[in-house]
Design a protein around this ligand. Structure first.
Ligand SMILES: *[C@@H]1O[C@H](CO)[C@@H](O)[C@H](O)[C@H]1NC(C)=O
Ligand SMILES: *[C@@H]1O[C@H](CO)[C@@H](O)[C@H](O)[C@H]1NC(C)=O
Ligand SMILES: *[C@@H]1O[C@H](CO)[C@@H](O)[C@H](O)[C@H]1NC(C)=O
Ligand SMILES: *[C@@H]1O[C@H](CO)[C@@H](O)[C@H](O)[C@H]1NC(C)=O
Ligand SMILES: *[C@@H]1O[C@H](CO)[C@@H](O)[C@H](O)[C@H]1NC(C)=O
Length: 339
């Protein structure tokens, strides 16, 4: 399903906003840039659309500046709250705003606010080459191995207190970090579990808008034709970025939504206002079969697929479990397929 281009938006929002009655701000949030070192093997040419192979890799050793936001329930106060936090990884052509909409009238759609109202802390971040983590990289420096290494490193920095200290000035250590992904963000978390093997820092994963499918050579064409370089789409905003930084226009984004009447039309406008760029190489690498191997991850995993998910072949819960269980041989796998 990931191969069918960053799916799962329309349904993730209704699921998480149901019955949400929280006040406008249940959260106390701090934002900033976090320095993240990676040392991974990247593809020399990420456009080849073949799984990674050792003959065509280069060492990528660099420091990314990652924009992140740590939100804790107000009533807990910093440093006293739950020792658990959820790391939130957004999907392709989105940013961390996906998880914490702050536009007036849309707070009910903020998953971060919802979590705070339930006493749960969140750390949402902008993927490399997206949102406020963008400059000054070359889009080819933003590949799946680096993105996955960044996700794992951020989880470790939530544990060891680096993120708490950097963003709030206080000593905040989270002993338990759950990873929650949406679409390509789920793919990044999944690849981190491939890359980290049995030493994954996550103690549970929730993968929304995510599923495995056979590699389809046509999907690279679909991805390329459905996206447009940010510098062409909005030169004022993205004119200084290379053409591997891509976004989507509103007609393409309509595929994320069901038929009229199944969602609040204002959300569609909000979706466009909060769209972002992403590195096309990351999406291509996820589609090229690099996530199609089992992970040794041995903690709970939940897969969420919505009723209106496009291109979903087995979207009921037992169908999802049957389709996915071989990829999670050691995990306690749950699924919610709303169809
Ligand atoms: C949640 O919303 C549904 C539909 O509006 C309603 O039937 C249900 O009672 C609500 N549950 C809670 C806990 O408020
Ligand atoms: C390894 O990568 C090179 C260049 O990307 C490609 O030409 C070759 O077919 C790949 N080999 C395998 C076994 O996939
Ligand atoms: C948010 O949800 C609550 C409860 O359903 C509702 O009373 C309120 O009007 C909603 N606010 C907005 C801005 O939609
Ligand atoms: C939106 O993008 C698609 C795919 O790139 C393109 O076919 C279509 O013409 C674009 N629509 C508009 C209104 O720009
Ligand atoms: C769930 O999906 C599977 C796979 O598509 C299908 O075989 C099965 O009949 C479905 N079960 C229900 C209860 O709809």
């Amino acid at each position: 399903m990931l191969t069918k281009l960053f799916l799962g938006i329309s349904v993730a929002l209704p699921i998480i906003s149901a019955n949400f009655t929280a006040p406008v701000s249940a959260c106390s949030c701090s934002t900033g840039l976090i320095l993240v070192d990676v040392d991974v093997q990247a593809e020399v040419d990420p456009s080849v659309f073949v799984p990674f192979n050792s003959t065509a890799l280069r060492r990528e050793k660099r420091t990314f500046e990652v924009f992140g936001q740590l939100c804790q329930p107000v009533e807990n106060g910093y440093g006293q709250g739950s020792q658990a936090v959820q790391l939130l990884a957004h999907g392709f052509t989105y940013s961390s705003q996906y998880w914490n909409v702050q536009w007036y009238g849309f707070q009910n759609y903020s998953y971060v606010e919802f979590a705070c109202s339930r006493g749960v802390s969140s750390f949402a971040y902008d993927n490399i080459c997206a949102g406020r983590s963008v400059p000054p990289y070359n889009s080819k420096d933003c590949q799946l191995p680096a993105a996955a290494a960044v996700a794992s490193s951020l989880a470790r920095k939530l544990q060891d207190g680096t993120i708490g200290k950097t963003l709030t000035g206080s000593n905040i250590h989270f002993s338990k970090v759950f990873g929650i992904g949406h679409s390509l963000g789920s793919g990044v978390l999944y690849y981190s579990a491939i890359q980290d093997g049995t030493s994954s820092p996550f103690i549970g994963l929730i993968l929304s808008g995510f599923g495995h499918s056979p590699v389809d050579p046509a999907s690279i064409e679909i991805t390329i034709s459905a996206t447009v370089p940010g510098k062409i789409s909005d030169p004022g905003r993205w004119g200084n970025l290379d053409t591997g930084f891509v976004t989507t226009n509103s007609s393409v984004r309509a595929i994320f939504y069901g038929p009229p009447g199944t969602f609040n039309p204002d959300i569609f406008q909000l979706d466009f206002l909060t769209r972002d760029v992403g590195s096309i190489w990351l999406q291509i690498q996820a589609d090229a079969g690099n996530i199609n191997q089992p992970i040794p991850f041995n903690h709970p995993v939940t897969i969420l697929l919505g009723q209106l998910e496009p291109a979903c072949n087995s979207c009921n819960s037992s169908g999802v479990i049957n389709a996915e269980k071989s990829f999670f041989p050691n995990a306690n796998l749950n699924a919610y397929g709303y169809r």
